[in-house]
Ligand binder design. Structure first.
Ligand code: 3H9
Length: 713
């Protein structure tokens, strides 16, 4: 038997222990080991019950996702679940940590389930573009009823053990050791032998007419997540449980699972799963590097961004000092924090007690001397290099040696900021995305002199703040904003050529973007980018032509939602975009200035012009070493820019489309629209060599900080 599964016996109980670090995924050797262990327990006449447990922190975290895409090997998970269900001796799952996907499916095939108080039980397959394929869609509704089963399977969120107990998913909740709890459970049963209580034979929780519920869930999904393939198939599978005998239901589940597994969405979502974990691997960082503890933090600047960052710390349980220039500004900042929490209470995502606890972690201060003992400070002041100089020099003077100084700059020269201090090795960029307490992305900027332990500390902090932290090198806009600039520029050019904001936004939303580019600009304020655009233009080659619509709107005082008009009009403080009648004359004037006749582009062209601009810039960023790998760029776009996860991110999407096709269009755009579209050499080479962006490996081991394009920005 494979040593990832071992057997221990205590009296007449066989414990089958899965020990497959790090998370007890059900890889082939585990399945094989389980199969053999079950057979051995069945054959041993002295043994009366079998307990399934996981060694380490998790019970079983589901199928080994790395095996998807390879031919399946018997015993498969569905076979194993059927084997467990048919055991002639009672099987008990004793769950500590996570019982997810195939892990919970095996537990549901068992005759009894016990869960530790803190355990989490779920079927998250839809997050991988799949549905539960080892009987989960048939057994969960039999145990907990159709409404909760649908909820868990269609949305994929795990439930805590106590809720599982209430719902009938588990039979008892325990504290402490799983083996001990299972032993006691068996011994304390009133009859000598536990009944073989098979989930498959149950139908009581399936009773009733659920047609209306299925239709409502279908319609809700179609409205809220219109692109997603797997959740709709998952509904069909659960529906089968209510109308078909077990064996037929399992067959239906198998067929629907196969459809999902073959879908491009599943490939993309699995890519996303690994991308979000691979970001933690920093090439060139010695294994000996350890992160420093961050027990006390500070944020300088109580604007929207600074407060959002302070809230992130408080949400993670880290005491944070919020620095403002005077009492009045501090009062406004703390009020902003309080208001944000009050909104969470209104929406039901936080209770008043948690708010009180978290607010108590935020201490407002106006004197930098209060920062003498903090471990890390995040600067979030106005984007002006002189202001930053003053802040960093003061921080450098008051903060203890070894304290990390981080900047949230999104557009200034990071290395220049680090050089304002006598500790550039302890300076790192922490580029949060607004609203910082909500958005899951954190770009961690590694400057020319950032030390390895500073970087490791920043990455570990990102994880504590529950962010997807991605290391990026220094350049104008880092990874995300630099790529977004190309995307936005093309979107604006499309307007000058004849499109309307609505048309472009709708096309990109149908493509799957969370919001269209013009709605985003109106939300963040067109004036925000004005200074950046001016600076970029001053340093760009003179022959490049720039779009003019944003500037025309700004000149007319239309900065977006905050002024009631921008690319759209917003009536009476509403956030609902309506056509802005003042825009059309600007669009016409821009077209006239360029001497072009306005014509509506088709949707495919809108997508290619914007998304391929992202891809081309992404390939340049990769080659420059600003991002470590293509999947890091994908993680950035999914977590920070509303790129559809089910397309896997822009780089994966390019690979899926075929890089030759992408390059052909980029070359055509280059010929038609000029140098903005100069094809990335990496793309040219990947096409010539038949490679993909996802598989591309840099020649050098780590993110190499690059000097900024142009002079000091
Ligand atoms: C399924 O079960 C299908 C069935 O219905 C039907 C089949 C027929 N496989 O997340 P972490 C790796 S679909 C392979 O940082 P944590 C992960 O890549 C499956 N590898 O840990 C990382 O590797 P590395 C349904 C996996 O403690 C390392 O483990 N199940 C798997 O923060 C640590 O991961 C799921 O979707 C896996 N299943 O969180 C559960 N899981 O160190 C997916 C993890 O090289 N897993 N790895 O970067 C999770 O949600 C979390 O990993 C878990 C632990 C909560 C378990």
């Amino acid at each position: 038997m494979a040593d990832v599964v071992r057997i221990e016996q205590r009296e007449a109980i066989t414990f089958v222990i899965v020990d497959n670090p790090p998370v007890n995924a059900l890889s082939f050797p585990v399945r094989q080991g389980l199969w053999e262990a079950l057979a051995a327990a069945e054959a041993d006449l002295a043994q009366e019950a079998v307990v399934l447990v996981g060694a380490g922190a998790q019970f079983l975290s589901g199928a080994d996702i790395r095996e998807f895409g390879r031919p399946s090997q018997s015993p498969t998970l569905p076979e194993l679940a059927v084997r467990i269900a048919a055991m002639s001796k009672p099987c008990i799952a004793a769950i500590r940590g996570a019982a997810l996907g195939g892990g919970l499916e095996l537990a549901m095939a068992c005759h009894y389930r016990l869960a530790e108080q803190g355990a989490r039980l779920g079927l998250p397959e839809v997050t991988l573009g799949l549905l539960p394929g080892a009987g989960g869609t048939q057994r969960l509704p039999r145990l907990v009823g159709v409404p909760l089963a649908l909820e868990m399977i269609v949305h994929g969120a795990p439930i805590p053990a106590p809720q599982g107990l209430e719902a009938g998913l588990v039979d008892a909740v325990f504290h402490g050791d799983a083996l001990e709890a299972a032993f006691r459970f068996v011994k304390e049963q009133p009859t000598e032998a536990l009944a073989l209580r098979r989930t498959d034979d149950r139908s009581d929780r399936l009773a009733g007419d659920h047609a209306g519920l299925f239709e409502a869930v279908r319609a809700d999904l179609a409205r809220r997540k219109p692109h997603l393939f797997a959740p709709q198939r998952a509904i069909e599978a659960v529906e089968a449980a209510t109308g078909l005998p077990m064996a037929d239901g399992l067959a239906r589940e198998k067929a629907l699972f196969a459809q999902c597994r073959a879908s491009p969405q599943s490939a993309a979502l699995i890519h996303r799963f690994f991308a979000e974990r691979t970001v933690r691997k920093i090439a060139g960082l010695s294994r000996d590097v350890t992160s420093r503890p961050v027990t006390h933090a500070a944020v300088v600047g109580g604007g929207t961004m600074g407060v959002g960052i302070a809230l992130s710390f408080a949400n993670a349980g880290i005491p944070v000092k919020l620095v403002e220039v005077d009492k009045a500004a501090l009062g406004r900042a703390l009020q902003r924090a309080q208001n944000t929490y009050a909104a969470s209470v209104r929406h039901g995502s936080l209770d008043a007690e948690s708010v009180e606890r978290r607010m108590a972690l935020i201490e407002g201060v106006t004197d930098y001397a209060a920062l003498a003992d903090v471990d890390l400070v995040v600067e979030a002041v106005f984007e002006d290099v002189e202001v930053k100089r003053q802040v960093f020099q003061r921080l450098d003077a008051v903060c203890r040696p070894g304290a990390i100084l981080a900047t949230n700059t999104s557009s200034l020269n990071f290395d220049e900021i680090a050089a304002f201090t006598r500790r550039p090795e302890a300076v790192v960029g922490l580029h949060f995305f607004a609203p910082a307490n909500v958005m899951p992305l954190l770009e961690v900027v590694r400057g020319a002199r950032t030390s390895d332990d500073t970087l490791a500390t920043a990455m570990a902090l990102g994880r504590r703040l529950k962010k997807t932290a991605v290391v990026v090198g220094v350049c104008d806009g880092f990874v995300g904003n630099r790529m977004l600039f190309q995307y936005g520029r093309e979107a604006e050019f499309l307007l000058e050529e004849g499109a309307t904001p609505q048309q472009v936004d709708d096309a990109l939303r149908r493509f799957g973007m969370a919001m269209g580019p013009f709605a985003v600009r109106d939300l963040s304020g067109l004036d925000v980018g004005l200074a950046i655009r001016r600076r970029q233009r001053a340093h760009a080659p003179a022959h490049l032509r720039w779009p003019t619509i944003s500037d025309r709107l700004c000149a007319a005082g239309m900065f977006g939602q905050k002024t009631g008009a921008g690319y759209y009009r917003y009536e009476g403080g509403s956030r609902t975009p309506q056509e802005n009648p003042d825009l059309l004359p600007m669009l016409e004037a821009a077209s006239q200035d360029r001497g072009i006749e306005r014509r509506l582009p088709d949707e495919a062209l809108i997508i290619e012009r914007t998304i391929f601009a992202l891809i081309n810039e992404g390939a340049k960023i990769l080659e420059e070493g600003i991002a470590q790998r293509a999947s890091d760029i994908d993680a950035i776009f999914i977590n920070g820019y509303g790129f559809p996860a089910w397309r896997g991110g822009p780089m994966f999407y390019a690979d899926q489309l075929g890089l030759d096709r992408v390059l052909e269009r980029i070359r055509a755009f280059h010929a038609e629209h000029g140098d903005w579209w100069a094809p990335a050499p990496l793309l040219e080479r990947a096409v010539a060599g038949g490679g993909t962006l996802t598989d591309w490996q840099p020649d050098r081991p780590a993110v190499v900080p690059k000097p900024l394009v142009g002079a000091s920005l």
